[in-house]
Ligand binder design. Structure first.
Ligand SMILES: *[C@@H]1O[C@H](CO)[C@@H](O)[C@H](O)[C@H]1NC(C)=O
Ligand SMILES: *[C@@H]1O[C@H](CO)[C@@H](O)[C@H](O)[C@H]1NC(C)=O
Ligand SMILES: *[C@@H]1O[C@H](CO)[C@@H](O)[C@H](O)[C@H]1NC(C)=O
Ligand SMILES: *[C@@H]1O[C@H](CO)[C@@H](O)[C@H](O)[C@H]1NC(C)=O
Ligand SMILES: *[C@@H]1O[C@H](CO)[C@@H](O)[C@H](O)[C@H]1NC(C)=O
Length: 540
């Protein structure tokens, strides 16, 4: 275990007093329809009160991912849906059981930091809100959990399969009796591994005693590696189950939320919960109609050919493809304290382009959160939530083989169908605010890990080289932004609500219909695009 994150724990006796900076919000679960009347009443009472506080808005910063010295930035701000959530909070406040907060127990002076032995490890030790209305069904994208685990369903998962997944893994996580043990294989890019592990530890603080024993391999690199073609046919070996941040059509890697949900210290991206709140508060500083009527992108073009190719669509003296494209210089930004990257100026356009880099890009959720219409250049990769989004409803599809003409038409269409374009932007930002809030990110991890653990047909044991991990060993001696983000994203104590209920797997024909609908909407847009260009060519 030597050499594992020396920056975090080989420091002794750092500060032991923390002021919990984390936002600890009341759980927002969907209420039953019968409370509508009550809700309406509150709407009227509070609308007047709240509306005055909406006027001021603050902005939120953000941005993205990729190879470690190159980044791509986008920033966002978005509409709030404050009123609805405030009301739901009111409705639930009456019945909420007492929330227990369990502070970190950081050791004093030169003592070695240990993991606390008194953290609850059983569900019964924590108070759970058993009010039936607190049970809610998880958003639809949770259904992909079943799809991602399908390749392992027939055979189950053996220890050998897990160990084979170790070939490219950065670390192995073993949970035994509610405690987490980590075996480190190699250093990841930046602090991806640190914040991913931190996220898993927070999941356990949130739902103590509710995760079964498990044993998994995690690869923090960008691109998926378990090719399905290698595990196909009569004599093929069973695929190794490998966790990572994104997948594609040809691979079987299991997708898991990326590190940035807990913060990206290297480029000053705060934990997701704080960002969502800022975005909510940012509430429409510039209304959609008043934004620049062009497609905007700012990022690092050097990570992928497709991005370099995108830059050819920039406006020039000779032509205007309705695109305004900029290069992000992260080194310069960091020297200037990221003042540019956090600017509202990035959300002053009606249309924002999302384009993949070396693989999927972390920038995706920040772009979608902005109230602008997102133009997605045909992606090759998927993360854990994107598969449930529908083209033309949540975003506008852009061809990857004819980007400039495709962009020009997308913007033209939006500016001629302003209500619809605005609605597309709003559908995406609603999805991000509601279905991708931190509670659901944890619930996704919870269900994925539970289902995964159910497939193991061996009893997980603590590997020889593994070390016990807990929030204390990670954060007590951490410094700087790493410490700040960890404290901010700390789960202060066990959740008082159950996780949402996992929806069943897609019926094969329902999944078929869903995917066909997606393909057809994209085809429809391509057809509109073709006709648009045909009519323009005729005029000339
Ligand atoms: C903190 O941990 C120490 C041992 O590491 C233990 O003696 C002490 O009781 C713990 N404090 C709390 C409040 O749990
Ligand atoms: C820890 O500090 C105490 C005094 O504060 C000292 O007596 C002791 O030798 C130190 N132990 C180690 C291992 O450095
Ligand atoms: C709520 O969900 C939990 C499990 O998530 C289940 O045990 C319980 O029976 C559910 N309650 C109701 C009223 O459906
Ligand atoms: C699979 O294994 C069987 C028996 O070991 C062998 O006869 C057959 O040729 C193999 N098939 C392939 C495609 O390798
Ligand atoms: C794109 O065009 C704008 C406006 O002329 C310019 O400011 C910007 O630097 C250009 N972007 C690139 C990547 O050349």
């Amino acid at each position: 275990m030597q050499g594992l994150y020396p920056t975090i724990w080989q420091r002794i006796g750092a500060d032991r007093h923390f002021s919990g900076a984390a936002t600890w919000r009341l759980p927002l679960k969907k209420g039953p329809a019968t409370t509508t009347t009550l809700l309406l009443f509150f709407v009227f009472v509070f609308a007047a009160f709240l509306s005055s506080s909406w006027i001021n808005s603050s902005f939120s910063s953000i941005f993205t991912h990729c190879m470690w010295y190159y980044f791509n930035l986008q920033s966002t701000f978005s509409a709030t849906k404050g009123i609805k959530e405030d009301i739901i909070i009111l409705k639930h406040q009456r019945k909420i059981p007492k929330r227990i907060e369990i502070p970190l127990n950081c050791s004093t002076g030169n003592e070695t930091q240990t993991c606390p032995s008194n953290y609850p490890t059983e569900k019964s030790e924590t108070e759970i809100n058993d009010d039936p209305s607190s049970n809610s069904t998880c958003p639809d994208y949770f259904r992909w959990i079943h799809e991602d685990l399908r390749p392992f369903k027939a055979t189950g998962i053996t220890r050998d399969m897990v160990e084979r997944a170790g070939r490219t893994a950065h670390f192995r996580v073993v949970v035994v009796k509610g405690k987490v043990y980590v075996e480190k294989y190699r250093k990841s890019i930046q602090t991806r591994d640190v914040f991913t592990l931190w996220g898993i530890l927070q999941l356990l603080r949130r739902y103590p005693g509710r995760l079964p024993d498990l044993d998994l391999m995690f690869d923090c690199d960008d691109r998926p590696v378990i090719r399905s073609s290698d595990h196909h046919g009569p004599n093929a070996t069973a695929p190794p189950p490998l966790f990572r941040y994104c997948g594609d059509q040809k691979t079987l890697d299991i997708v898991f939320p990326d590190w940035s949900f807990w913060g990206w210290a290297e480029i000053n991206i705060k934990p997701w919960e704080s960002i969502l709140k800022e975005i909510r508060e940012g509430n429409k500083r510039i209304r959609w109609m008043e934004r620049e009527p062009y497609a905007y992108w700012k990022g690092n073009p050097f990570v992928a050919e497709t991005r370099k190719n995108l830059l050819t669509c920039n406006v020039s003296e000779k032509q205007d493809w309705n695109a305004r494209l900029f290069v992000q210089d992260w080194i310069l930004e960091s020297q200037q304290g990221y003042q540019q990257s956090g600017l509202a100026s990035q959300c002053t356009y009606r249309y924002k382009i999302y384009i993949e880099g070396w693989a999927w890009s972390v920038s995706e959720k920040y772009i979608l959160a902005c109230d602008s219409e997102t133009l997605i250049v045909k992606p090759k990769f998927y993360d854990f939530f994107i598969r449930s989004l529908q083209p033309v409803h949540h975003y506008w599809p852009i061809r990857d083989d004819d980007k400039c003409r495709s962009l020009k038409f997308a913007v033209h269409w939006g500016n001629n169908h302003k209500q619809k374009a605005q609605a597309i932007g709003r559908a995406a930002s609603d999805f991000i605010q509601e279905d991708l809030k931190m509670d659901y990110v944890y619930d996704y991890m919870f269900h994925l890990l539970n289902k995964y653990a159910n497939l193991l047909n061996f009893k997980p044991e603590i590997p020889e080289g593994a070390v016990e991990f807990c929030s204390e060993t990670m954060v007590c001696n951490a410094k700087g932004l790493e410490k700040k983000f960890m404290m901010e994203s700390l789960a202060k104590g066990p959740s008082i609500t159950n996780p949402c209920t996992l929806p069943p797997p897609y019926e094969p024909h329902v999944l078929g219909v869903f995917l066909r609908r997606k393909t057809n909407s994209i085809k429809q847009v391509e057809e509109w695009e073709r006709r648009y260009w045909e009519s323009l060519d005729k005029k000339q």
